[in-house]
Write a protein that binds this ligand. Structure first.
Ligand code: SF4
Length: 349
Protein backbone atom coordinates (compact mmCIF):
# COMPACT_ATOMS: atom_id res chain seq x y z
CA UNK A 1 0.00 0.00 0.00
CA UNK A 2 1.95 2.95 -1.29
CA UNK A 3 -0.07 6.16 -1.30
CA UNK A 4 2.26 9.05 -0.67
CA UNK A 5 5.12 8.51 -3.04
CA UNK A 6 6.06 9.17 -6.63
CA UNK A 7 7.93 5.88 -6.89
CA UNK A 8 7.40 3.73 -9.99
CA UNK A 9 5.55 1.19 -7.83
CA UNK A 10 2.56 3.50 -7.30
CA UNK A 11 0.48 2.41 -10.26
CA UNK A 12 1.00 -1.26 -9.50
CA UNK A 13 0.22 -0.63 -5.81
CA UNK A 14 -2.97 1.24 -6.70
CA UNK A 15 -4.04 -1.52 -9.06
CA UNK A 16 -3.36 -4.07 -6.32
CA UNK A 17 -5.44 -2.03 -3.87
CA UNK A 18 -8.28 -1.84 -6.36
CA UNK A 19 -8.14 -5.61 -6.77
CA UNK A 20 -8.32 -6.08 -3.01
CA UNK A 21 -11.34 -3.79 -2.79
CA UNK A 22 -13.07 -5.40 -5.79
CA UNK A 23 -12.60 -8.84 -4.21
CA UNK A 24 -13.96 -7.58 -0.88
CA UNK A 25 -17.00 -6.05 -2.58
CA UNK A 26 -17.67 -9.21 -4.61
CA UNK A 27 -17.53 -11.33 -1.44
CA UNK A 28 -19.80 -8.93 0.45
CA UNK A 29 -22.41 -8.98 -2.32
CA UNK A 30 -22.69 -12.74 -1.71
CA UNK A 31 -22.63 -12.12 2.08
CA UNK A 32 -19.39 -14.14 2.27
CA UNK A 33 -17.12 -13.61 5.24
CA UNK A 34 -13.72 -12.20 4.18
CA UNK A 35 -10.78 -14.46 5.01
CA UNK A 36 -8.10 -13.46 7.52
CA UNK A 37 -5.87 -11.90 4.89
CA UNK A 38 -8.68 -9.75 3.53
CA UNK A 39 -9.64 -8.63 7.05
CA UNK A 40 -5.99 -7.68 7.65
CA UNK A 41 -6.01 -5.65 4.45
CA UNK A 42 -9.01 -3.72 5.83
CA UNK A 43 -7.56 -3.08 9.27
CA UNK A 44 -4.11 -2.15 7.86
CA UNK A 45 -5.57 0.17 5.24
CA UNK A 46 -3.94 3.61 5.54
CA UNK A 47 -6.21 6.17 7.15
CA UNK A 48 -5.30 8.80 4.58
CA UNK A 49 -6.84 6.55 1.92
CA UNK A 50 -10.01 5.84 3.91
CA UNK A 51 -12.13 7.51 1.21
CA UNK A 52 -11.37 4.59 -1.12
CA UNK A 53 -12.57 2.14 1.50
CA UNK A 54 -15.74 4.18 2.01
CA UNK A 55 -16.39 4.17 -1.71
CA UNK A 56 -16.12 0.36 -1.77
CA UNK A 57 -18.31 0.05 1.34
CA UNK A 58 -20.87 2.27 -0.41
CA UNK A 59 -21.08 -0.20 -3.30
CA UNK A 60 -22.07 -2.87 -0.78
CA UNK A 61 -24.57 -0.60 1.01
CA UNK A 62 -26.20 0.37 -2.28
CA UNK A 63 -26.56 -3.28 -3.27
CA UNK A 64 -28.50 -4.14 -0.12
CA UNK A 65 -30.24 -0.86 0.71
CA UNK A 66 -30.46 1.14 -2.52
CA UNK A 67 -31.26 4.79 -1.82
CA UNK A 68 -32.91 4.15 1.57
CA UNK A 69 -31.39 5.56 4.73
CA UNK A 70 -32.76 4.67 8.15
CA UNK A 71 -33.30 7.51 10.62
CA UNK A 72 -33.82 6.56 14.22
CA UNK A 73 -34.19 8.73 17.29
CA UNK A 74 -34.02 8.02 20.99
CA UNK A 75 -35.24 9.36 24.29
CA UNK A 76 -33.43 8.88 27.56
CA UNK A 77 -36.54 7.50 29.25
CA UNK A 78 -34.84 6.78 32.57
CA UNK A 79 -31.52 8.43 33.17
CA UNK A 80 -28.50 8.17 35.45
CA UNK A 81 -27.69 6.42 38.74
CA UNK A 82 -26.63 3.26 36.94
CA UNK A 83 -25.18 0.43 39.01
CA UNK A 84 -22.74 -0.52 36.22
CA UNK A 85 -19.31 1.06 35.74
CA UNK A 86 -18.89 1.30 31.95
CA UNK A 87 -15.83 3.53 31.66
CA UNK A 88 -17.20 5.69 28.82
CA UNK A 89 -20.61 6.39 30.35
CA UNK A 90 -21.70 9.58 32.08
CA UNK A 91 -24.67 7.78 33.65
CA UNK A 92 -22.68 5.40 35.83
CA UNK A 93 -23.06 6.03 39.57
CA UNK A 94 -19.39 4.97 39.90
CA UNK A 95 -18.13 8.10 38.07
CA UNK A 96 -18.22 11.80 38.85
CA UNK A 97 -19.64 12.99 35.54
CA UNK A 98 -22.45 15.51 35.54
CA UNK A 99 -25.41 14.07 33.64
CA UNK A 100 -29.21 14.09 33.84
CA UNK A 101 -30.81 11.87 36.49
CA UNK A 102 -34.49 11.09 36.42
CA UNK A 103 -36.95 8.26 36.91
CA UNK A 104 -39.04 6.90 34.00
CA UNK A 105 -40.37 9.94 32.12
CA UNK A 106 -44.10 10.63 31.97
CA UNK A 107 -45.84 9.22 28.89
CA UNK A 108 -46.86 12.61 27.47
CA UNK A 109 -43.27 13.88 27.61
CA UNK A 110 -41.99 10.82 25.72
CA UNK A 111 -44.73 11.07 23.12
CA UNK A 112 -43.91 14.76 22.53
CA UNK A 113 -40.28 13.81 21.80
CA UNK A 114 -41.39 10.93 19.56
CA UNK A 115 -43.76 13.14 17.51
CA UNK A 116 -41.09 15.80 17.01
CA UNK A 117 -38.62 13.22 15.65
CA UNK A 118 -41.29 11.58 13.49
CA UNK A 119 -42.16 14.95 11.97
CA UNK A 120 -38.46 15.51 11.21
CA UNK A 121 -38.20 12.22 9.29
CA UNK A 122 -37.37 9.53 11.88
CA UNK A 123 -39.20 6.24 11.35
CA UNK A 124 -37.89 4.48 14.45
CA UNK A 125 -37.92 5.73 18.02
CA UNK A 126 -36.20 3.98 20.90
CA UNK A 127 -36.83 4.19 24.63
CA UNK A 128 -33.48 3.93 26.38
CA UNK A 129 -33.22 3.29 30.12
CA UNK A 130 -30.15 3.35 32.35
CA UNK A 131 -29.27 0.42 34.56
CA UNK A 132 -28.65 -3.25 34.02
CA UNK A 133 -32.27 -4.33 34.58
CA UNK A 134 -35.66 -2.64 34.92
CA UNK A 135 -37.92 -3.01 37.96
CA UNK A 136 -41.31 -4.66 37.34
CA UNK A 137 -42.94 -1.25 37.62
CA UNK A 138 -40.65 0.35 35.02
CA UNK A 139 -40.97 -2.64 32.71
CA UNK A 140 -44.76 -2.22 32.74
CA UNK A 141 -44.28 1.49 31.95
CA UNK A 142 -42.00 0.51 29.08
CA UNK A 143 -44.62 -1.82 27.57
CA UNK A 144 -47.33 0.82 27.87
CA UNK A 145 -45.08 3.44 26.27
CA UNK A 146 -44.03 1.13 23.43
CA UNK A 147 -47.68 0.63 22.51
CA UNK A 148 -48.34 4.38 22.57
CA UNK A 149 -45.27 5.12 20.40
CA UNK A 150 -46.37 2.47 17.87
CA UNK A 151 -49.76 4.19 17.68
CA UNK A 152 -47.95 7.30 16.39
CA UNK A 153 -46.89 5.35 13.30
CA UNK A 154 -43.29 4.86 14.49
CA UNK A 155 -41.41 1.61 14.96
CA UNK A 156 -41.16 1.53 18.74
CA UNK A 157 -37.76 0.18 19.81
CA UNK A 158 -36.22 -0.05 23.26
CA UNK A 159 -32.96 -0.44 25.08
CA UNK A 160 -33.98 -1.71 28.52
CA UNK A 161 -30.82 -3.57 29.60
CA UNK A 162 -30.55 -7.30 30.16
CA UNK A 163 -33.88 -9.18 29.81
CA UNK A 164 -34.88 -12.76 30.52
CA UNK A 165 -36.84 -14.85 28.03
CA UNK A 166 -40.19 -14.08 29.64
CA UNK A 167 -39.69 -10.34 29.33
CA UNK A 168 -38.39 -10.66 25.79
CA UNK A 169 -41.64 -12.43 24.89
CA UNK A 170 -43.64 -9.66 26.53
CA UNK A 171 -41.72 -7.09 24.48
CA UNK A 172 -42.56 -8.96 21.32
CA UNK A 173 -46.24 -9.16 22.23
CA UNK A 174 -46.26 -5.41 22.91
CA UNK A 175 -45.19 -4.82 19.29
CA UNK A 176 -41.59 -3.83 20.04
CA UNK A 177 -39.87 -2.93 16.77
CA UNK A 178 -36.36 -3.81 17.89
CA UNK A 179 -34.63 -4.81 21.11
CA UNK A 180 -31.38 -2.89 21.45
CA UNK A 181 -28.51 -4.06 23.64
CA UNK A 182 -24.92 -3.17 22.83
CA UNK A 183 -21.98 -5.50 23.47
CA UNK A 184 -19.87 -2.29 23.44
CA UNK A 185 -16.52 -3.83 22.47
CA UNK A 186 -14.73 -7.12 21.83
CA UNK A 187 -14.85 -9.88 24.44
CA UNK A 188 -11.14 -9.68 25.30
CA UNK A 189 -11.19 -5.90 25.86
CA UNK A 190 -14.53 -5.72 27.70
CA UNK A 191 -13.10 -6.29 31.23
CA UNK A 192 -10.99 -3.11 30.74
CA UNK A 193 -14.23 -1.17 30.15
CA UNK A 194 -16.73 -2.71 32.55
CA UNK A 195 -16.11 -4.73 35.68
CA UNK A 196 -19.60 -4.92 37.16
CA UNK A 197 -20.96 -7.60 34.88
CA UNK A 198 -19.66 -10.28 32.54
CA UNK A 199 -19.60 -9.92 28.75
CA UNK A 200 -21.45 -13.20 28.49
CA UNK A 201 -24.51 -11.73 30.23
CA UNK A 202 -24.86 -9.20 27.42
CA UNK A 203 -24.20 -11.84 24.77
CA UNK A 204 -26.82 -14.13 26.31
CA UNK A 205 -29.46 -11.41 26.30
CA UNK A 206 -28.77 -10.68 22.62
CA UNK A 207 -28.77 -14.39 21.76
CA UNK A 208 -32.07 -14.94 23.62
CA UNK A 209 -33.66 -11.97 21.84
CA UNK A 210 -32.63 -13.29 18.42
CA UNK A 211 -33.95 -16.75 19.33
CA UNK A 212 -37.25 -15.27 20.53
CA UNK A 213 -37.69 -13.79 17.07
CA UNK A 214 -37.18 -10.15 17.99
CA UNK A 215 -35.39 -7.81 15.64
CA UNK A 216 -32.13 -7.09 17.44
CA UNK A 217 -29.92 -4.04 17.31
CA UNK A 218 -26.53 -4.50 18.96
CA UNK A 219 -23.21 -2.82 18.38
CA UNK A 220 -20.55 -0.93 20.19
CA UNK A 221 -18.54 2.14 20.95
CA UNK A 222 -15.11 2.88 19.47
CA UNK A 223 -12.20 4.99 20.58
CA UNK A 224 -11.96 3.44 24.05
CA UNK A 225 -8.37 2.31 23.51
CA UNK A 226 -9.38 -0.95 21.83
CA UNK A 227 -7.25 -2.47 19.08
CA UNK A 228 -8.30 -3.40 15.54
CA UNK A 229 -8.31 -7.03 16.70
CA UNK A 230 -10.89 -6.07 19.36
CA UNK A 231 -13.02 -4.39 16.68
CA UNK A 232 -12.86 -7.44 14.44
CA UNK A 233 -13.72 -9.66 17.40
CA UNK A 234 -16.83 -7.56 18.11
CA UNK A 235 -17.95 -7.60 14.47
CA UNK A 236 -17.56 -11.38 14.23
CA UNK A 237 -19.42 -11.91 17.53
CA UNK A 238 -22.34 -9.82 16.20
CA UNK A 239 -22.30 -11.66 12.90
CA UNK A 240 -22.37 -15.03 14.65
CA UNK A 241 -25.22 -13.90 16.88
CA UNK A 242 -27.27 -12.93 13.82
CA UNK A 243 -28.14 -9.39 14.92
CA UNK A 244 -30.06 -7.31 12.38
CA UNK A 245 -28.70 -3.86 13.06
CA UNK A 246 -25.39 -2.57 14.39
CA UNK A 247 -25.04 0.85 15.99
CA UNK A 248 -21.54 2.31 15.65
CA UNK A 249 -20.79 4.89 18.34
CA UNK A 250 -17.63 6.97 18.67
CA UNK A 251 -16.43 7.99 22.11
CA UNK A 252 -17.32 11.50 23.21
CA UNK A 253 -14.93 11.76 26.17
CA UNK A 254 -16.94 13.05 29.14
CA UNK A 255 -15.24 14.86 32.05
CA UNK A 256 -15.57 12.83 35.23
CA UNK A 257 -15.45 9.45 33.47
CA UNK A 258 -12.30 7.28 33.39
CA UNK A 259 -11.99 7.92 29.64
CA UNK A 260 -12.21 11.70 29.91
CA UNK A 261 -8.71 12.19 28.49
CA UNK A 262 -8.98 9.90 25.50
CA UNK A 263 -8.71 11.67 22.15
CA UNK A 264 -11.68 11.80 19.78
CA UNK A 265 -11.15 9.37 16.88
CA UNK A 266 -9.93 10.82 13.59
CA UNK A 267 -12.32 10.84 10.63
CA UNK A 268 -10.11 8.39 8.78
CA UNK A 269 -10.17 5.87 11.61
CA UNK A 270 -13.93 6.27 12.03
CA UNK A 271 -14.50 5.69 8.29
CA UNK A 272 -12.32 2.59 8.42
CA UNK A 273 -14.41 1.23 11.31
CA UNK A 274 -17.68 1.77 9.41
CA UNK A 275 -16.21 0.09 6.32
CA UNK A 276 -14.91 -2.85 8.39
CA UNK A 277 -18.39 -3.44 9.81
CA UNK A 278 -20.01 -3.09 6.37
CA UNK A 279 -17.69 -5.78 4.96
CA UNK A 280 -18.06 -8.13 7.93
CA UNK A 281 -21.84 -7.68 8.21
CA UNK A 282 -22.64 -6.70 4.63
CA UNK A 283 -26.43 -7.05 4.60
CA UNK A 284 -27.13 -5.68 8.10
CA UNK A 285 -28.08 -2.16 9.05
CA UNK A 286 -24.95 -0.29 10.11
CA UNK A 287 -26.00 2.88 11.94
CA UNK A 288 -23.74 5.74 12.89
CA UNK A 289 -24.95 6.93 16.28
CA UNK A 290 -23.22 8.71 19.19
CA UNK A 291 -20.11 10.79 18.60
CA UNK A 292 -20.91 11.54 14.94
CA UNK A 293 -20.65 15.29 15.37
CA UNK A 294 -17.37 15.09 17.33
CA UNK A 295 -15.70 13.01 14.65
CA UNK A 296 -17.08 14.56 11.48
CA UNK A 297 -17.79 18.14 12.57
CA UNK A 298 -19.99 20.54 10.58
CA UNK A 299 -17.65 20.71 7.58
CA UNK A 300 -17.72 16.93 6.96
CA UNK A 301 -21.29 16.30 8.01
CA UNK A 302 -22.17 14.57 4.69
CA UNK A 303 -19.44 11.92 5.08
CA UNK A 304 -21.39 9.53 7.35
CA UNK A 305 -24.04 9.27 4.61
CA UNK A 306 -21.39 8.11 2.14
CA UNK A 307 -19.38 5.80 4.37
CA UNK A 308 -21.14 2.48 3.90
CA UNK A 309 -23.50 3.14 6.82
CA UNK A 310 -27.18 2.56 6.07
CA UNK A 311 -28.62 4.47 9.01
CA UNK A 312 -28.03 7.50 11.16
CA UNK A 313 -29.25 8.35 14.62
CA UNK A 314 -30.87 11.77 14.58
CA UNK A 315 -31.86 14.29 17.22
CA UNK A 316 -30.45 14.34 20.74
CA UNK A 317 -28.18 11.71 22.26
CA UNK A 318 -28.61 10.12 25.68
CA UNK A 319 -26.93 12.83 27.69
CA UNK A 320 -25.90 15.34 24.99
CA UNK A 321 -27.67 17.66 22.57
CA UNK A 322 -27.59 16.56 18.95
CA UNK A 323 -28.44 18.48 15.81
CA UNK A 324 -31.85 19.36 14.40
CA UNK A 325 -33.10 16.08 12.88
CA UNK A 326 -34.72 17.89 9.95
CA UNK A 327 -31.26 19.17 8.89
CA UNK A 328 -30.04 15.58 8.55
CA UNK A 329 -33.15 14.61 6.61
CA UNK A 330 -32.63 17.50 4.19
CA UNK A 331 -28.93 16.71 3.87
CA UNK A 332 -29.73 13.07 3.01
CA UNK A 333 -32.31 14.13 0.43
CA UNK A 334 -29.76 16.45 -1.15
CA UNK A 335 -27.47 13.42 -1.53
CA UNK A 336 -30.20 11.46 -3.31
CA UNK A 337 -31.11 9.30 -0.31
CA UNK A 338 -34.65 8.81 0.95
CA UNK A 339 -35.73 8.12 4.50
CA UNK A 340 -36.48 4.42 4.87
CA UNK A 341 -40.07 3.52 5.62
CA UNK A 342 -40.43 1.98 9.07
CA UNK A 343 -41.08 -1.49 7.73
CA UNK A 344 -37.92 -1.74 5.58
CA UNK A 345 -35.88 -2.83 8.55
CA UNK A 346 -32.78 -4.12 6.83
CA UNK A 347 -31.57 -5.23 3.47
CA UNK A 348 -30.93 -8.90 3.95
CA UNK A 349 -32.44 -9.47 7.36
S1 SF4 B 1 -23.60 2.11 29.38
FE1 SF4 B 1 -25.59 1.46 30.24
S2 SF4 B 1 -25.07 -0.17 31.71
FE2 SF4 B 1 -23.13 0.95 31.27
S3 SF4 B 1 -23.03 2.55 32.91
FE3 SF4 B 1 -24.05 3.49 31.12
S4 SF4 B 1 -26.26 3.23 31.51
FE4 SF4 B 1 -25.14 1.80 32.86
Amino acid sequence: MNKNTDSPGVEEADAADRNILDALVAGALSARLPDEEAIRALTDWPEEAAAELSEAAERVREHYFGDAVSFCGIVNARSGACSENCAFCAQSAHHKAVSPRHEFLPLDEILRAAKALRDAGATRFSLVTSGKRLSNHDFDRLLETLRAVSALGLRADCSPGVLDRGRLRELKMAGCGAYHHNLETGRAFFPRICMTHAYEEDVQSVRDAVEEGLTVCSGGIFGLGESWADRVELALELRNLGVHSVPVNFLHPVPGTPLADRPVLSRGEALKIVALFRFLLPDRQIRICGGRHDVFGPEHRAEPFRSGASGIMVGDYLTLKGRDAAEDRDLARGLGLRPERGEDYSGGA
